[in-house]
Design a protein around this ligand. Structure first.
Ligand code: BG6
Length: 791
């Protein structure tokens, strides 16, 4: 839906250069590095160290450097702060102490702080650079601006750089940006077009630090090196599923002002995990260093993803998040945030190679361990009858282990029953000594393992790529927008969804376990737990199952899916009890769209349902032919009856079509149905009646102002609906209220207002027909989903 707009936009962003800048093509000379936000957290933690590393590597390359830490603070105040940070940089083990001290000293002398606030500040910086070049007779190689500032400042800074800091032709300009690059498709598009008015595509380097992680950067080389073997198995026929996971143990205290606006999907899934997914599934480029081809192939995958909707995601929020938000954002005690701190998403690619292959993207805060990996689990069609230790019984998998976790180091693992991979890089080594560690429940001796000889920081790697102009490790405007195009509809559909609350750490136990079913994903356990402080009420161990009262009757409430599960289970329980007692179960079902989810649930999950002894009756019917789409019977047939083993003679459609005409009083259809009912259903008391409620408060086909009390003693009647088709046939309260069990199912946000009203009004069946549902000897249960209950 967004794609057309984005092609227009991309056309606006000039490519610049010849798009083929490469290591070889770079002329040596003087490089000015400017970190805007040079005394900030990121600069302190990673960037200066990364640039020092670059300096060490380039010291004898013919290039010379100046380093500027820029910021809003005045020079006198910020200079000592900057130098404290710079003094903390360190050398790798292969550099001797003396040499390191010398290099550090040089690096510090090449660095200075500059206030970069106004346009004049940027103009002064440019003058300073030019003066220095002139005085020292240096040729300029390029200028690198690293914007380590909040994203709202990007456009303004890019404009200042464009108008005052461009080098003379022949030298390059590179501007590095950190996420967030927008919070949805539109905002990313606006930001991109603002940037495009100051910078060319070639000049922009959007960082995703995952692309600098050693293992992530070796996914493509690994696939290429092992192409011959992988070509045979890298497809839907052989891959069981792909899991891309980043689990973290920390909370987000201290960064809630940012996090609460973004949440885990925008913070991690839209960028880091999506990048990994594209690397795993994209068509292999002929040459990994050709950025155009790499980025183009990534774009192709992003554009062939199946759309992501509510059924492809589950979200969670750790329990103490709410209090942290209230505290950090100064909110009152009743403030509730919907921001997810955990998400699991099921993505699928709509192409011949991967169609139907589940790709799980999972990330969360406050989980049991810190670990990141991408795991390709292959199908195994060998069944081992006895317990022996032959490798062919074991799972076959390839794991790109980004770090942390039980292994503690980055590595690529290949199951020994797959193949022995070649080393992915000359700076990697095979791990042969096997400690007593297991990965995914298997001893690591089950894998061929390779790891980098030296662990390197992602930022240092990316800084080196920026210096060499290797754009394939960065995010292009086109790819960024394609990624938002994928994620935005999901984010919108989840905007008002309550995340499942989880306690955090090991206590999460199975709360976040997920279940895959075709193209859909859901939480695995059916019991909905929700923190008491989120909804109020009493609790056991801080959590409760929502069960309460609505209009003085019993109420069950849960997320839609779990609610439908519970209702299906309750119907089955009633069926089993009735059949045990009298050999038969009489079930009356309503029409409309609300029960469809229940019908699907009964079809998919209740193979043990006693259909053979069940009679299905209709609560109401529209006066149309059964072949029409509006027919309740047609919908019941299409969504339920045709999929289950129910005898034809147990099915009781309402006779709305008699004598080749629809619902004519004299044809006596209502009376026929009533007779049938009296004959077959003991005391005309259905075992279970499923009702819904319409926006106007109608239930069955009993509408407001329909003078229900004028229907006399009849059990079935022709009624009038205010909407089309006007005529209906319906069970009356006489028979509904004789039922043993009546379930009133209400779902969806659209019904929230109605539920609020119903919770307040007195019984008045003429105005609110549903308030006339009052089983005399039976029991009424309201099944209301959270969307309807809480809006
Ligand atoms: C950042 C996210 O981009 O990535 C953080 O903003 C997250 O929320 C971090 O913790 C994870 O990165 P790493 O390198 O620690 O796995």
């Amino acid at each position: 839906m967004f794609l057309t707009v984005f092609f227009l936009l991309v056309a606006l962003c000039t490519q610049g250069g010849n798009g083929k800048e490469s290591e070889e093509a770079q002329r040596p000379g003087h490089v000015s590095v400017v970190i805007v936000g040079g005394t900030g957290d990121l600069a302190k933690k990673y960037l200066w160290q990364g640039f020092f590393q670059l300096y060490i590597n380039q010291v004898s390359s013919g290039n010379t450097f100046s380093f500027y830490g820029g910021g809003q603070s005045p020079t006198e105040k910020a200079t000592p702060v900057l130098f404290e940070i710079l003094k903390a940089v360190s050398c790798s083990n292969d550099v001797s102490q003396e040499r390191c001290a010398l290099l550090k000293d040089q690096f510090l002398r090449l660095a200075q702080y500059r206030q970069l606030k106004s346009l004049e500040d940027y103009q002064d910086l440019a003058k300073h650079i030019e003066q220095q070049l002139q005085e020292e007779g240096m040729t300029e190689a390029g200028r690198l601006f690293y914007l380590s500032v909040p994203a709202f400042a990007y456009a303004d800074i890019a404009e200042k750089i464009n108008s005052s800091c461009r080098p003379k032709s022949g030298a390059w300009l590179r501007v590095v940006l950190e996420k967030p690059f927008g919070h949805d498709y539109r905002s990313a598009q606006v930001l991109a077009s603002q940037l495009c008015s100051s910078l060319t595509e070639e000049e922009m380097y959007r960082i995703d630090h995952y692309l600098g992680k050693q293992v992530v950067s070796k996914i493509l080389p690994f696939r290429i090196q092992n192409k011959k073997l992988l070509d045979l198995i890298w497809n839907k026929h052989h891959i069981e599923r792909v899991e891309i996971v980043l689990k973290e143990t920390l909370d987000v205290k201290g960064r809630i002002a940012f996090y609460d606006q973004y949440g885990v999907i925008r913070d991690v899934l839209q960028n880091h995990l999506t990048e990994v997914m594209t690397l795993l599934t994209m068509r292999l480029p002929k040459n990994v260093s050709r950025s155009e081809e790499v980025l183009g192939n990534k774009l192709q995958i992003l554009s062939s993803m199946l759309p992501l909707g509510k059924n492809q995601a589950v979200i969670g929020q750790y329990q103490t998040y709410k209090a942290e938000v209230q505290q950090e954002l100064n909110k009152t005690k009743d403030h509730v945030s919907h921001t997810p701190t955990f998400a699991a998403v099921l993505a699928q690619i709509d192409d011949a190679q991967y169609e139907g292959m589940p790709i799980l993207l999972i990330s969360g805060k406050m989980l049991d361990e810190r670990v990141g990996y991408a795991r390709i689990l292959f199908k195994n069609d060998i069944f081992c009858v006895q317990n022996h230790n032959n490798v062919h019984c074991k799972p076959k998998q390839i794991v790109f282990y980004f770090g942390h976790g039980s292994l503690q180091y980055p590595a690529i693992l290949v199951s020994k029953n797959l193949f022995k991979p070649a080393l992915v890089d000359s700076e990697w080594k095979e791990v042969t000594e096997h400690k007593d560690i297991s990965v995914f429940g298997l001893p690591i001796s089950d894998f061929y393992i390779q790891t980098p000889m030296e662990q390197k920081e992602a930022y240092a790697e990316l800084i080196s790529h920026i210096f060499f102009g290797r754009k394939n490790s960065f995010i292009s405007t086109e790819n960024l927008l394609a990624s938002w195009d994928l994620w935005t509809p999901l984010l919108s559909s989840l905007a008002s969804t309550f995340p499942r609350i989880y306690p955090g750490g090991a206590d999460n136990a199975d709360v976040l376990d997920i279940h895959l079913k075709g193209k859909d994903i859901s939480y695995n356990n059916e019991v909905v737990i929700i923190s008491t402080d989120q909804l109020g009420g009493t609790s056991t161990n801080g959590f409760q199952v929502m069960q309460g009262k609505f209009r003085s009757s019993e109420m069950v409430s849960a997320w839609a899916e779990q609610l439908v599960d519970k209702l299906a289970a309750d119907i089955q329980e009633a069926a089993e009890a009735a059949i045990y007692e009298g050999g038969v179960f009489h079930l009356a079902l309503s029409g409309g769209s609300t029960p469809l989810a229940l019908f699907h649930r009964l079809v998919d999950h209740h193979f043990t349902f006693p259909w053979r002894n069940t009679h299905v009756w209709m609560v109401d019917e529209r006066c149309v032919l059964p072949t029409e789409l509006e027919s309740n019977f047609r919908s019941l047939h299409d969504h339920l009856l045709q999929h289950v083993r129910i005898p034809y003679y147990n099915i009781h459609p309402m006779p709305v079509h008699l004598n080749q005409r629809l619902c004519v009083e004299e044809d006596g259809g209502a009376q026929m149905y009533e007779k049938q009912l009296i004959k077959l259903v003991n005391s005309s008391s259905f075992h279970f009646v499923l009702l819904g409620v319409g926006y106007d408060g109608h239930t069955a086909s009993l509408f407001p102002g329909g003078k229900v009390d004028e229907l006399g003693d009849s059990l079935v009647a022709l009624t009038e609906s205010p909407s089309k088709p006007h005529q209906r046939m319906s069970l009356t309260f006489n028979v509904i209220n004789r039922a043993r069990k009546v379930a009133l199912l209400v779902m969806g946000k659209g019904k929230h207002e109605l539920i609020t009203q119903l919770s307040r009004v007195k019984d008045n069946p003429d105005k609110w027909p549903v308030t006339g549902v009052k089983p005399t000897n039976g029991n009424l249960v309201w099944y209301i989903d959270y969307d309807a209950l809480l809006g």
